[in-house]
Write a protein of this length. Structure first.
Length: 215
């Protein structure tokens, strides 16, 4: 559960061979405000930092990394453009289920932070923060997403939605206490993740930050 604490800016550390966190205009990416509207220049943790800021939770520290700097098995789980739900199920050898952590609407977008876990053991396999334009989908798919019972990738795949998840940056993350609790961690150790854009019919309809637990 999110606890109410004073919010802080996400700290992006410099690292060798790391790309600078800039937007398409070359400006430094900032942290979105903790209001109902997201920034037009979101950070490399968006929408995870936006969800945290709304709850008053300080974001984790993050370092940008290149794909070849991501160790195994995280590399094969992150460096691809496949459906993440299917990728996780293949790696962990079983069906994954969704556990909603927080959900809300802001403007034309629907936000949710969820935990994916193994169905048979309850073991966490991913935490994801999602911003999605629901008006891109049929009413049936919108309803399924808002029910927060099924992973997004499975909903879109079963609904015949030909979408693509395009990785924009890859992340090495020092978890905050809330993230450590979600992942059953006793001490902070480096986690890996990515920020992706969801593309459908040639247009961007969403943003996702996906964070993997220790594997």
């Amino acid at each position: 559960m999110l606890t109410s604490t004073r919010s802080a800016r996400p700290r992006v550390k410099d690292a060798p061979r790391t790309r600078t966190a800039t937007n398409s205009h070359g400006n430094s990416r900032g942290n979105p405000p903790a209001t109902g509207r997201a920034s037009s220049t979101p950070s490399v943790l968006y929408p995870l930092d936006f969800v945290y800021a709304r709850a008053g939770v300080p974001p984790p520290d993050v370092t940008l990394v290149q794909p070849d700097e991501i160790p195994s098995p995280y590399h094969s789980l992150l460096v691809h453009q496949n459906d993440m739900t299917v990728t996780l199920e293949r790696h962990f050898g079983g069906r994954v289920v969704l556990r909603p952590l927080s959900t809300f609407s802001s403007g034309h977008s629907y936000f949710r932070r969820v935990l994916l876990a193994q169905e048979y053991s309850g073991r966490p396999v991913e935490m994801g923060a999602i911003r999605m334009r629901l008006d891109a989908f049929s009413q049936r798919i919108r309803t399924q997403i808002r029910q927060n019972e099924v992973p997004l990738g499975r909903i879109l795949r079963d609904g015949g939605v030909d979408f693509k998840s395009v990785a924009k940056v890859f992340l090495a993350i020092t978890p905050n206490p809330e993230m450590m609790g979600v992942f059953w961690m006793r001490e902070p150790r480096t986690l890996y993740g990515r920020q992706t854009e969801v593309m459908y019919r040639g247009a961007k309809i969403g943003d996702i930050v996906e964070v993997l637990p220790l594997v």
